[in-house]
Each structure stands twice: as structure tokens, then as C-alpha cells.
Write a protein that binds this ligand. Sequence first.
Ligand SMILES: [Zn+2]
Length: 283
Amino acid sequence: MTPVLLFLLLSLMSRTVFSAPPNAADEDPDLESMDISEILETANKGLDSREFPDGDIRVNRKRNAVPCTARGCKWPKSRWSRYVYIPVRISWSFSRAERNVIIRSLVSFYRSTCIRFRWRSYQRDYLSFYPGTGCWSYLGRQGGRQLISLQKRGCVYTRTVQHEVLHALGFHHEQVRSDRDQHVSILYQNIQPGRAHNFRKVATNNLGTPYDYNSVMHYGRFAFSKNRQPTIIPKPNANAVIGRASRMSANDIKRVNILYQCSESKLKTRFSELLSETITHSS
Ligand SMILES: [Zn+2]
């Protein structure tokens, strides 16, 4: 095969975008009552807090501790495309149903963002979903193979996949936002010993978007509680519902579009074309 043909073939493979598989497995109805922080807290009990100082965000010891807002943290958008293509691999240790939940969750980004996932072929940087211990992700693009752990029992749900992918896209937890003190109170007296690091405020770039109780990145009212008393209380309305999102919120989507400079008008005109994109998922 000539180098030109090989290049064309690899280019075609690398641009292959997948869409949601049919008959994807339904999620466990028992989990419908759990919020994202309950899911994470349950699955991540055994994780070492030195490796995970921000809950389910893993520290990369190979990189220095520059904030994710620094350059190099975003996934690149090629100059000639309106989309941000992120190569992915999904471990074959997941069952077909689990793979379908993951794929369906990834495809959920297509409707209203310019993020697209494609099967990794030769790309250097990619997300690798595997059934490790707990549900966790790194913050932003790390370079090379970047793991996202989705423990088989307890993590393979749409909101968990969306949550961990949003970390990998560069987003922090909502309740650690730089402006969180205007919107929530943290009740440290109710937090389990050794878990206060989960509530450490971060100098986030909020991209001009409002604080969002309904973000899939927001923990629940009783996150890491030691005594069944709340650890996060919204204000000024203490009864507002917080951290119960079962899917990405409109603000979660808006932030992706701002950070990755997705053009909404172009997205709308291209939406019909998405429907014709083929399934390349084989199992
Ligand atoms: Zn998280």
C-alpha cells in the first residue's frame, strides 16, 4: 500500500464517529434514587485520598500541578473542523450492555455540543474507559492514554459517565467553584473525618455561566456526611434542590460549548447530518 493510500485509510478510520447503539441496556432502577455524590461515595470508598484529593479526580503525578485552565488542558479542535474529536477506547472487560451505556452517554454530548468521540486508532492522546476500582477521571487532557475508571458495579450509569467525561474535558465539581460561597454553605462539622478535601474551593474559570444546583457536577446535600446531617446547604433558599441531576444540565452543556468554542448555529445546521452518521461499534 502506498503511503498516500495508507494515510487516507488512517484518516478515514480516525474520523469515524460512532452513534448510539440500538437497544441500549436500561439503567438500574435502584440507582434512580441516588445522586451523583452518593454513587461516587459508595463506589470510591477505598480510594486513597492522596491520589484523589478532589473526590473522583485523580492527580497525575507525572504532570505538575498547573491549574487546568492553563494551556494544553483542552482537547484540540482541528483548524478545518467545527468539532472536537476525542479518541476513545472502551475496555472489552465491560459487558455489551455496559459498553452500550457508556457509548450512549458519550453520544449524549452530540445533541448540543461540538464534542465528538471516535474510536482510537493511532492517536497519541485518548480516553480509555476501563472497569477499575471506583469511578474517577483526570482533569482535562493529560496526554497519552488517559484512563477513566468505571467500576462495573456502581459506576456504569449515564450521569456517572457524563460526570467523569466532563472532568476529562476540564471541568471541576460545581460546589468547589470560586463563587460557591455566594450560593452554598459548607457545613464542615458534618463532614466525615478526612473527607473535607472534597469541599476545597478551587480557583475555577466559570466562563460567565451561573452557579447551577442542577449541574451533574454538583454533589448532593448529604455528600460525605458523617451524621446524616447536611454538608451542603443552598442559600438563600435552604430548601432548594441540589445535586440531584440525572443528566447534564443546560449549564453543563453551555460550559462545554463556551470552553470549546462550539458554534451553536453551525451545530444546528449540522444536526440533521448527525442522524446519518453510522454505527461503527462492533462487538
Ligand atoms: Zn467528580
